[in-house]
Design a protein around this ligand. Structure first.
Ligand code: PLP
Length: 359
């Protein structure tokens, strides 16, 4: 038998989550965000399962080309737009939609006499202060585009900085977007997953759900309607007893305070399990919730199974995150977010799609 670490992907959960998202946003259209290899789940397999989305949003032309080559005809939005002038040819060839966040991108667009009715999502910086025009810059950019390329189809978007919290900036950003659009009446897009869950007013014309499609980042009031898509699983590869006072692992950062039964599990930071997972991070072995102890190594972790020593044996199944333990909870114990764990699954982890019988 080979090394037992696997990422199980439940594509019917992904489809379910899209249906739930659509039900939440009503008439708003959905850009399914599938950047970063579909948040670690695999770009093409995720796109196939999310076929009913109105469009796909990615971060690079490479991802967009893969989608086109696989035959997807959906609108595809490049979330950061052009990284250089040369990408414009690829964008035209593959009929991609662009975010436009800066004057230099407008320069690139106008330097070529583009005949196609490109769809542009002008990005307004409403307070995130990452990408986007300020209001004055937006009006200038739109003025230039209207005069030199009146056949381009312009829309307006922004991105919330604090959608996961009940933060006053959310409402300010929303109002700034609406105010900037008063003279234009463009189609609007603002909401990522957290904003979708925050308030229906945020949905506007197009929503941009990412993490919620994968069943993570769900607020408590919506949690029952979504299903986790990825389960990271492995097996117990050794069990041993320690005497009170004995230490565990690199740096001996954890000591047994009683006779302790330890399970060694084949997963480590070399697989994308977070090295900073603290003592007490939950792990599911044989459907039992047990605490990680000692440092995470590259290929292994150690788990205190003393309280269930008679119920756990060699080769028993382990879930690091998935249906019984949310990736968000694990992330909290590692001082990070579920996004990073999902995207961070490494090459050596075999991905297995669950069939209908297995889900
Ligand atoms: C990644 C991304 C999203 C999706 O965010 P989630 O929090 O995963 O829903 C939406 N909009 C933009 C601009 C993004 O970069």
């Amino acid at each position: 038998m080979s090394r037992p670490i696997q990422a199980l992907i439940n594509l019917s959960a992904l489809q379910h989550n899209l249906i739930q998202t659509k039900a939440m946003v009503g008439a708003a259209r959905v850009w399914a965000v599938i950047k970063a290899n579909g948040y670690g789940h695999g770009l093409l397999r995720v796109a196939k399962a999310l076929n009913q989305a109105d469009g796909f949003a990615v971060a690079s032309v490479e991802e967009a080309i893969l989608l086109r080559q696989a035959g997807f005809l959906h609108p595809i939005l490049l979330l950061e737009g052009l990284f250089d002038e040369a990408e414009l040819q690829v964008v035209l060839q593959h009929r991609l939609d662009l975010v436009v966040h800066s004057h230099h991108q407008v320069d690139w667009l106008l330097a070529h006499s583009v005949k196609e009715p490109l769809h542009l999502w002008l990005k307004l910086d409403t307070g995130m202060h990452r990408l986007g025009f300020n209001e004055e810059g937006l009006h200038q950019a739109l003025f230039r585009l209207k005069h030199h390329a009146p056949h381009f189809k312009c829309h307006l978007m922004s991105h919330l900085a604090c959608a996961e919290d009940d933060h006053p900036l959310n409402q300010q950003q929303y109002q700034r977007l609406l105010a900037a659009n008063q003279t234009y009446q463009f189609k609007l897009s603002l909401a990522n997953s957290a904003a979708i869950q925050l308030a229906p007013t945020m949905h506007l014309n197009w929503v941009r759900p990412g993490i919620m499609l994968y069943g993570a980042g769900i607020a408590p009031q919506h949690i029952t309607h979504f299903k986790p898509v990825m389960s990271l699983v492995s097996r117990v590869i050794a069990i041993k007893w320690l005497a009170a006072g004995e230490g565990v692992g690199y740096g001996q950062t954890w000591f047994a305070t009683r006779p302790t039964c330890l399970a060694v599990v084949a997963v480590g930071y070399g697989d994308g399990y977070p090295r900073h997972a603290e003592n007490g991070t939950p792990v599911i072995i044989n459907n039992l919730r047990v605490p990680l102890v000692g440092r995470v190594s590259m290929d292994m972790i150690t788990v205190d199974i003393t309280d269930h020593a008679n119920q756990i044996k060699l080769n028993d199944p382990v879930e690091l995150w998935g249906e019984q333990l949310s990736v968000d909870e694990v992330a909290q114990h590692a001082n990070t977010i579920g996004y990073e764990l999902l995207c961070g699954i490494t090459q050596r982890v075999k991905i297995k799609e669950l069939t209908q019988n297995e889900v």
